[in-house]
Design a protein around this ligand. Sequence first.
Ligand SMILES: Cc1cc2nc3c(=O)[nH]c(=O)nc-3n(C[C@H](O)[C@H](O)[C@H](O)COP(=O)(O)OP(=O)(O)OC[C@H]3O[C@@H](n4cnc5c(N)ncnc54)[C@H](O)[C@@H]3O)c2cc1C
Length: 440
Amino acid sequence: MAAVWTNWSGGLQCRPTATVRPLDDSGVSGVVRRAAERGQAVRPVGAGHSFSALAVTDGVHVDLSAFRGVTAIGARSGRPTVRVRAGTTLGELHSELATRDLALEAPLELAAPTVGGALAVGMHGSGAALGSLSAAVVGLRLVDGKGRLRDVAPADLDAARTSLGALGVVLEAELAVVPAGRVRVTRAPRPVDEVLDDGFWDAHPVAEAAVFPSAPTALTRWADPLLAHDPDDDTEDAAEADEARERSLGVTVAGATGRTALGGAVVVERALPRLVPRFNRAVSRLARTVSATGPMYRVLSSPPAVRFEQTEWALPRAALAAGARELLAALADDGLEVGLPVRLRVGAPESGWLHPAHDRATGWVAVRVPRGTDHAPVLERAWRVLRDHGGRPHWASRSDWTVEDTARAYPRLPDFRRVRDDYDPERVFATPELAEVLGD
Ligand SMILES: Cc1cc2nc3c(=O)[nH]c(=O)nc-3n(C[C@H](O)[C@H](O)[C@H](O)COP(=O)(O)OP(=O)(O)OC[C@H]3O[C@@H](n4cnc5c(N)ncnc54)[C@H](O)[C@@H]3O)c2cc1C
């Protein structure tokens, strides 16, 4: 029996029968075949950064950490592409692309998740016209439930680009990429009413906001491309210094820091909720606008310093303002202290049949609760409000979503099931969580 596996937040654990680390494609095929013969489930696992139980199994965990790196550079329809192995972390992918003067178009700020995990759940950044990592997929190679190595047919690609790991173990993805460029990132406080207006989201290619219930001011961050001849030198060091100043308030747009100046050096997990009203007043006084320039993946990068539980929902973009307002009011009215700001982001419609932004411009709303505080009342309140506004939960986040909800919210679920029956007829990749949200 393998060791206990725990996800990033610490909220989920399982004890797989075995954890295997194949070294090549035939090794993965062998693992799947042997598990199928023994009637064991197989679950590929990435960096364990999902808050939902997608990677939880008592079957066999497949660790793809030997499948790393960019293997080829190509082009399709005049656009550059790269082939990247599924166990590559996003941080490694950003760096490898940068050495080739290439970049991801999606503004993904977190380095730890793997390409395979990020694709399975449809990992996204924030920009009205920007897709998720899944949207960049132009080809996929995987091992299916019969242990066969398959290049996903173009007709099946919209099932496989965001598959929750239900179709097979992805070994390699071909991703559309863009020439590397530099951006100017600006961070500034803005009135909450302003960020709940469409104009805020459409003014910049990358934009996001963080809001505390009952606070009049949001922390915002946006990025604009710099032209090649722009004389600005990269100012990442300045950005870090500015972010350090924000961190002294205990929070940044993307996350929270481990300490807060409001109460001295205190452990956020215990103390921040009680400090929220004081924090709100402090943020409102943060009137300075700061900016930095550099490659997007570097100036947006903002690693979290506290662990938290999260629920994030994809609302129709037109419902973002009403949904966010109702959520913030509900949390304030019920006296539910979130401890971390509610994070608002946007994204373009996705073609992936199971992507939460499928077929509609999307406003993302994320509610986060620091580890060590009682997250259930906050998350359950958020689920009720965000569901009522037509939300679909991020597959990696906590929710009470069921297969009946999926059937109602995802018109292409029957098509996905047809592809699943082809790729995994015996349900070798089934887990209790998949049964809950996709059915048997
Ligand atoms: C601090 C923090 C910040 C985050 N920020 C964002 C954000 O900005 N935007 C966003 O969208 N999400 C965000 N997330 C959630 C994150 O996107 C996902 O948790 C992450 O992408 C999953 O990648 P992973 O490698 O950790 O996969 P895991 O969590 O290990 O696995 C997730 C799913 O992918 C499957 N899987 C893994 N590898 C493969 C493979 N090779 N083939 C098939 N299936 C596979 C697993 O079976 C499982 O179903 C954040 C999470 C944390 C903890």
